[in-house]
Ligand binder design. Structure first.
Ligand code: TMP
Length: 203
């Protein structure tokens, strides 16, 4: 049986990661791999309800409450979708995961980074991605791509999103074995060529 793999995709809003995940899914399936696609927040089922609150709730949301909602969604995703699939030898592609909480709630909102990492560890029960690809993009371009209809997180402001970007680059420096950074300001095909090169080393 093939060894399961857990690959996560990270980056700013509008960085193009969702397009790349779908391309990668087709590419891997064409080679005979069984692929499961999931996302945070918003894994199939309960996660979709949590996503709705996180992105669209219009009242006040405290930074700690926001963090715990992302973490609750993560625990559900890991237990119900990721672990069972990886244990069956499938490749799980996850649109955002632990590094989003470090980048957005840690660097972005300013919560304590070590505490976030500890809480991430509880939410995942210690499971870490085998590989993480961060799609790097400048904030101006990413906000242009997002456009006018911004959700609650996308509306957090330029300074916030600059801190998120810097956060991702810092995290990537800290864990170069797991985290690879790809420049998103290229054509979809050129970005995908880089993604394939990175992923092929793990197959
Ligand atoms: P998406 O639009 O890429 O699905 O992401 C949803 C938003 O949620 C995005 O703005 C990033 C944010 N987010 C966090 O702030 N913390 C997290 O832990 C996760 C998973 C997402």
């Amino acid at each position: 049986m093939k060894k399961g793999l857990f690959i996560t995709f990270e980056g700013a809003d509008g960085c193009g990661k969702t397009t790349q995940i779908n391309l990668l899914k087709n590419y891997l399936e064409n080679q005979g791999y069984q692929v499961v696609l999931t996302r945070e927040p918003g894994a199939k089922g309960l996660g979709e309800k949590v996503r709705e609150i996180l992105l669209n709730y219009e009242g006040a949301v405290s930074d700690r409450c926001e963090s715990f909602l992302f973490l609750a969604d993560r625990a559900q995703n890991i237990d119900i979708i990721v672990n069972p699939a990886v244990n069956e030898g499938k490749i799980v592609l996850c649109d955002r995961h632990i590094d989003s909480t470090v980048a957005y709630q840690g660097y972005g909102r300013g919560l304590d980074i070590d505490r976030i990492k500890m809480l991430n560890n509880i939410a995942t029960n210690g499971r870490k991605p085998d590989l993480t690809i961060v799609f790097d993009i400048d904030v101006e371009t990413s906000m242009q791509r997002v456009g006018k209809n911004k959700d609650r997180m996308e509306s957090a402001g330029i300074e916030f999103h600059n801190r998120v970007r810097e956060g991702y680059l810092k995290i990537a420096k800290e864990e170069p074995e797991r985290i690879k950074v790809v420049n998103s300001i290229q054509t979809v095909n050129d970005v995908f060529e880089e993604v394939k090169k990175i992923v092929n080393k793990y197959l």
